[in-house]
Design a protein around this ligand. Structure first.
Ligand code: GRF
Length: 218
């Protein structure tokens, strides 16, 4: 049940790299960045994948930019569009065009900490668990049906950078998993819930890495 995947990025592309290293039951055929200097475009080129820099600053407004973005994406007839660190708000028409086949990775345990600076905000709130979420994209920012999450402990002396690194390791683990499930046709959206078919590993979709007692304070 293969199909094309188009990935949108804005930056370094470590999640893209994680996707490129795994069997996804589909092909990443193009990577598009709204920032032409995004490091992730180079990863794509190294893998022989179309790498397109589409500078949003060259367009009059979001609607014009998204219209061009849609044109580029649709030329690859993707089964799935993946936001892998795409840091630009999407227009309503973009989101509705790809409804049910547009997924995003967010660096928090949604619905906590939507938006930016999630790791610092998690530290400021004193939460003991933090993590990441892969979800379907809907009109409301960072609010769509959740496919998979991974939780990590917040350690006593964490900085935002240390916490971000711990979360990022889990992003690289769950994102390819979510894409693979989608490409295998195992995901059904039921209201705000995602139902995963035929996978006993689904029971372990929420994991805690590393175990809570694995680090001792200095
Ligand atoms: C990741 O933390 C992702 O969750 C967020 O943006 C960051 C992108 O990192 N949406 P990278 O470009 O994949 O390395």
């Amino acid at each position: 049940m293969a199909g094309n995947i188009v990935v949108l990025i804005s930056g370094r592309g470590s999640n893209l790299e994680a996707l490129l290293q795994q069997e996804l039951d589909g092909d990443i055929v193009a990577v598009i960045s709204n920032r032409p200097d995004a490091g992730g475009l180079e990863h794509a080129r190294q893998h022989g994948i179309d790498a397109i820099g589409l500078d949003h600053r060259q367009y009059a407004d979001r609607s014009h930019f998204d219209t061009e973005l849609i044109k580029r994406i649709d030329s690859y007839s993707p089964k799935l569009v993946v936001l892998a660190g795409y840091m630009r708000l999407l227009s309503g028409s973009f989101v509705s065009r790809y409804a049910g086949r547009l997924i995003n990775i967010h660096p928090s345990l949604l619905p906590s900490f939507t938006g930016l600076h999630t790791h610092q905000r998690a530290l400021d709130e004193g939460v003991r668990m933090h993590g990441c979420t892969v979800h379907f994209v809907t009109a409301e920012l960072d609010h769509g049906p959740i496919i998979i999450q991974a939780a990590v402990p917040v350690m006593p002396h964490d900085t935002a950078a240390a916490l971000a690194a711990r979360v990022l390791t889990q992003e690289h683990r769950i994102f390819p998993q979510a894409v693979r499930w989608f490409m295998q046709g195992r995901l059904t959206i039921d209201g705000n819930r995602v139902v995963l078919k035929n996978d006993c590993a689904a029971a372990s979709a929420t994991l805690i890495h590393p175990p809570l007692d694995c680090e001792t304070a200095p």
